[in-house]
Write a protein that binds this ligand. Sequence first.
Ligand code: IPD
Ligand code: CA
Ligand code: CA
Length: 259
Amino acid sequence: MRDLPKSFKSVATGAALKAGDYIKRNVGKNLSVRYKGEINVVTHVDRAAERIIVNAIKKSFPGHAILAEENDYARVRSDYTWIIDPLDGTTNFLHGFPFFCVSVALFKKGKPLVGVVYDPERGELFTSARGGGAYLNRKKISVSKVRGLKKAMLVTGFAYNIKISRNNNIENFARFLKASQAVRRAGSAALDLCYVACGRFDGFWELYLNPWDTAAGALILEEAGGKITKFDGSPFTVYDKELLASNSKLHSKMISILR
Ligand code: IPD
Ligand code: CA
Ligand code: CA
C-alpha cells in the first residue's frame, strides 16, 4: 500500500519490542496468576505488557480505537483499530517453555494494514505492511514449497474450551497426524502463523481463536505468499472461529482432511 505512513509500522514495532523486552525480563520470576477459566490463565505480566503497548499507541494515535485481550478500552469512533495480544502463549510463559510472543496489528475499516509479532526469547521480529511483503528481522520471508502432506510439518492448537466442547479438534488432529510427516502443538497461534510464513511449518489450523491471536500473523502469512481461509476454503476474517493457514500449495489437501 503506497500511502501507508511509515509511523504506523514503526509505532507497532516499537511497542512490540518494548513489551517483549519487559516479558523477557520477567521469565522465571514470581508471577501473580489469575484463572479466567479452568485452564486459561492470565498473569500480571500479560496485563503490564498490554499497558506498555496501549500507552505507546495512545501517545502517537490518541484518536484510534483499541481492541486488546486483557482490557476493554473506551469505544472510540475511528477508521483505525489496533488489535493487540500482549502475550500470546501465556501457558508456555507460565511454565518457562520459551515459545511466546507479542502481537500487534493495525486495521483500517476492517482491513489489516500492519502486523508485527515479536518473539523476545529468540529476538525474532516478524513484520508486514499490506502490499509490502513480510520480514523476519528485516529479511524478506516466504512460505515453504512443500506440495504433499507426507512431507509437511503442520501445527495446530486446542482451545481453552476443549474439556466441554464437542468440536474439540481431536479428530482433526488424529487425521492430520496420519496424513502428514509431523504435527506440532506449539502453544502460540501468532507465532504458528509466522512460522508458516517463513517456511518452518507448512500448514496450521485451529478453532475458536480470537482476533488478537490472528490479526498480525494473518497479514504476515499472506504477505509471505501464504493462504488463509476457513476450514471449507471460504474467506477468513479475524472474527471467525475456524482458521486454516498454509503455504497455499497444501491448502486444498488440508481442506479435504478437515471435511
Ligand atoms: C492462546 C495461544 C494458543 C491457542 C489458544 C490461544 P493466549 O493464546 O495462541 O496457541 O491454542 O487458543 O488462546 O491465551 O496464550 O494469549
Ligand atoms: Ca492469544
Ligand atoms: Ca494473550
